[in-house]
Design a protein around this ligand. Structure first.
Ligand code: BG6
Length: 500
């Protein structure tokens, strides 16, 4: 079964999608392929058109060619859609760009029956967000909801660079758009297996009773990448692993894994519970922050069989850069369910594997009746939720090995997403663009969520700026610096590194 044959998707209302940054990397690599896949699944609106806006010297035909080139193996429905693409070449600071956009949109409404409905997608660098939103408002293109046609806006991360700038960004967005019009995208929420965390937790009676401090000794969340900084050195060197990954993707996975059950799986229910959880996350006392945090940078090493350079030798990186490419921390969730349970998080570039997983490690039995030598191959019971790749769930528990002697070892009970459903999960952008077209907010961040995540992150960033903890190094292709192991060893815990 192909991904196209998966299941019928709802058809959104008629509308025009306007992409700012239409000739950029995000548009060609993610947005256009996602639209092509939705077109193939007959999941785009009956009356629909795409307008690209950017600085690049293109015309309608140039943008149509770009659309076709971005999705080389697309079905005929994509060729038909790209034939209707429109393009506006212009500066975002120039009011005529938006006057032209207005005319083009009115023209499309007349010829394509798109009924005045708009979805704007800000696929630009963040410094352009204020300029774009103000310009849309001034051009009369940001109608509040409830007055006939709808106007929605998708905003890409990063949502600010610290708590203050995130608050400023939200204030600025709210000057031009109502919160109901805003869709802050974190592509991790579009991943099938991230959503599956909700299914596992809240559709199964067997897990809920043990999902708490009485049964769980620690939680581990790993987002590891083999990739380095690729061609994004200049951006990454300013951002670092905490801003690039922890504030958004890791914070979201932590929230979905540990939040309370919502009354309903809907935008209000899920987002309220995520915010409550993030509000309960504490780093511990400020003087202990450096003992509970690790930051490091990769040195040259080997990934697979290829020798790769160290971070400081990558293109676009300042010669004496102190930017972290690896971060690990021990968090605490100060609430009734999780008090006293360490939550370890780690992320890094150029690690041994590309893998995202959540591991819940269970407490030991209250009394070990087996002898130490019988149980020496027994690991603590643990539940692994593999988000990517090889999406699935694994429960590791102890069993008796065959034979006369009573030797125990850990064995696995495994659910594989691909084996069970026979399909590869859809791309996260496909899911999220479809939801934005439908106006469904559940998998998008609310203003307070983005701010709560920065509240957690800000103290780290302040400490890092003071050189605290000192920056360590790790060889590319390893599981990170030794300090990350010590972080857990202090509490008698160990990282669950997936087998190669
Ligand atoms: C992006 C980060 O948000 O997520 C990148 O900016 C990172 O640095 C990427 O590589 C990881 O996403 P995924 O879907 O490949 O795990």
């Amino acid at each position: 079964m192909t991904s196209q044959a998966r299941y019928a998707l709802a058809k959104p209302d008629p509308q025009v999608l306007v992409i700012f940054g239409a000739s950029g990397d995000l548009t060609t690599r993610k947005l256009l392929p996602a639209l092509a896949s939705l077109a193939a699944r007959d999941a785009l609106p009956e009356h629909f058109s795409v307008v690209g806006v950017a600085l690049s010297e293109l015309d309608d035909n140039g943008f149509r060619d770009l659309g076709r080139a971005a999705v080389p193996d697309a079905p005929p429905s994509w060729a038909t859609l790209t034939d209707s693409f429109r393009y506006i070449c212009g500066h975002y600071e120039d009011a005529t760009t938006f006057a032209t956009l207005k005319k083009v949109l009115e023209d499309i409404d007349r010829t394509c029956s798109t009924q005045g409905n708009r979805l704007y997608y800000l696929a630009t660098i963040p410094s352009l967000f204020p300029i774009l939103t103000q310009a849309l408002k001034q051009a009369g293109l940001s109608n509040p909801p409830g007055s006939g046609p709808f106007t929605r806006i998708v905003v890409e991360k990063p949502f600010g660079s610290d708590l203050d700038s995130a608050i400023d960004l939200n204030v600025m967005l709210h000057e031009c758009f109502d919160e109901h019009q805003i869709f802050r995208i974190d592509h991790y929420l579009g991943k099938e297996t991230v959503q599956n965390l909700l299914a596992l937790r809240f559709a199964n009676a067997i897990f809920e009773p043990i999902w708490n401090r009485r049964y769980i000794s620690n939680a581990q969340i790993t987002v590891a990448e083999q990739l380095g900084v690729e061609h994004r050195g200049a951006y990454y060197d300013k951002a670092g692993a905490v801003r690039d990954m922890v504030q958004n993707h890791l914070a979201q996975v932590v929230a979905l894994t540990l939040m309370e059950p919502p009354a309903a799986i809907d935008p209000l229910g899920v987002r309220d519970e995520k915010v409550k959880l993030l509000r309960a996350v504490e780093l511990g006392p400020p003087h202990e922050l450096s003992q509970r945090t690790v930051r490091a940078q990769y040195d040259a090493g080997v990934i697979g069989t290829a020798a790769v350079p160290g971070y400081l030798e990558e293109e676009g990186i300042a010669p004496a850069s102190e930017t972290e490419t690896f971060a690990a921390a021990q968090l605490h969730v100060d609430n009734w369910r999780w008090a006293g349970v360490p939550v370890y998080i780690r992320t890094g570039k150029r690690l041994a594997q590309t893998v995202t997983e959540v591991v819940l490690e269970f407490r030991e039995v209250p009394h070990m009746a087996f002898k130490a030598h019988q149980a020496r191959r027994l690991e603590p019971n643990h539940l692994v939720m593999r988000i990517q790749p090889h999406e699935g769930i694994n429960l590791a528990f102890g069993a008796k090995e065959p034979g006369e002697s009573f030797n125990l070892r850990s064995v696995d009970m495994h659910f594989s997403y691909a084996d069970t459903f026979g399909v590869a999960p859809a791309d996260a952008y496909e899911r999220l663009i479809h939801d934005a077209l439908l106006g469904d907010h559940m998998l998008f961040l609310r203003a307070d969520e983005a701010e709560q995540a920065w509240r957690i992150i800000d103290p780290y960033l302040d400490a890092f700026a003071q050189g605290d903890p000192p920056l360590s190094t790790y060889p590319a292709g390893s599981w990170g610096p030794h300090e990350a192991d010590i972080l857990l060893a202090r509490n008698g815990h160990e990282w669950h590194n997936p087998a190669p």
